[in-house]
Design a protein around this ligand. Sequence first.
Ligand code: ADP
Ligand code: MG
Length: 397
Amino acid sequence: MKKTIRDYDLEGKKVIIRVDFNVPIKDGIIKDDNRIVESLRTINYAIEHRAKVILMSHLGRVKEEADLVKNNLEPVSRRLAELINKEVIFVNATRGEELESAINNLQNGDVLLMQNTRFEDLEGKKESKNDPELGKYWASLGDIYINDAFGTAHRAHASNVGIASILPNGVGFLIEEELEAFDKVTNNPVRPYTVILGGSKVSDKIEVIKHLVETADHILIGGGMMFTFLKAQGYEVGKSLLEEEFIGFCKEMLEKYPEKIILPLDCVCGKELSNDTNIRACQVSDIHEDEMGLDLSMLTFNLFGKYIEESKTIVWNGPLGAFEYEKFADGTKVLCKVLAELTKNGVTTIIGGGDTAAAAIEFGYKESFTHISTGGGASLELLAGKELPGIAIMMES
Ligand code: ADP
Ligand code: MG
């Protein structure tokens, strides 16, 4: 296991915590503060243990001058101050004298937030390319480094890999939770182990599919990606989402793993992606030329249900239909409900993917699964059996 924040005596130490404050902001107003709220456990732990807390985070992408205005972290410092009921010293710089003297003036238990780490991307992408000079400089500002930003752990940046390669380090509570959850599936999962894959594209999840056909017992395919698989089987899919260039890949997977990959038997079709369109359920052999398959239906619920109900470990990534439209949300809702029940009975259920997590939370299932992963890209890479550079660099306990 990795070292954690609990492995260090933090009192009086300058503790750099890499958090994920990459929240949606429009005209200076935070639209959803969930990521800030999620970071509080680690931040409050450091405050209670009398650290001098130095927070670093990225916010959006910084490519041109205009992004400096749009992706200013200052509104986040105000929201954070409200949430921890304590002053947050915001430094509008990512290096230099102002930052250094603010850090040197910190008292035990004080909290400082540095400006967006990606401001360093404006010239030479120093943060995103893990410029060694930058990582070394940021490391010189602290005594201990704690990484709690899972969402960027699949990238080697100066603010994770750069600093961690120099300072004594450990993971925060959020990353610790993510690693514990994924360990249940990547390291000897209790079987039967079933994976449900949906979402829009096959192409986003090629590496995940390739790895899971080797490791999972069954892969149930829904969402937009099912139609490229169905086409590979010879069905006509009308106007449904289709990635012509990946039909070959799907065919190869189906030929090699005919018993592992389970495809839907029926779907809900509409002529448009809209709540006003007329819908009908049909077998996958009967999709009309002018229709799109936008959700799953009863025959498939029953088929998938058989595999799901006998499983002991279940991973789900990708909504089963166009859940943003009420008319096409049933498949995703039904799956949430079934998985929530199974979780109560001791089945391990892990949900990943940005849209999947958003759907589960929107439908009221935030606390109903073993784990909902907050890192879209990072969780996909773990499911593809890859090591995350931002985690690999962290010290073992
Ligand atoms: P995640 O972010 O969880 O990994 P994706 O980004 O791969 O998921 O896919 C999510 C999107 O897939 C949603 O916007 C949803 O509307 C869309 N989707 C799911 N099923 C279908 C479908 N049958 N047709 C079109 N879009 C779909
Ligand atoms: Mg997505």
